[in-house]
Design a binder for this molecule. Sequence first.
Ligand SMILES: [Zn+2]
Length: 111
Amino acid sequence: MIHPFQILKTEGELNDVVRTAFIDAYGKRGMEAFDAVKEKRVKKYRDYYVVVGNTGEYYVEGSFCSCEARLYGKECWHTLAVKIADETGMYESYNLWYYKNGVDEDEPEYE
Ligand SMILES: [Zn+2]
């Protein structure tokens, strides 16, 4: 089987061939991840990627995701969605800090 990310590179867009490849490789996770990217539910902030899921939004950093899947020892589809978004450049970009929630980094410290 060809790796779905290889197919993504070859196709150069999120079409049905790519979608099928991700579903073949990752099952439901692949489908959820693909659809989220396609529907532009991945956002890139200055510190994290944020994925808007069905039940809320989660921030992702590398293989870490803030959702509850890891509590159950499961891999979620959010990190996979970020990988796809990163590969295709299909994400909304925000020049904001997600975690700091709008706190200005240049703000002088209180003395
Ligand atoms: Zn997650």
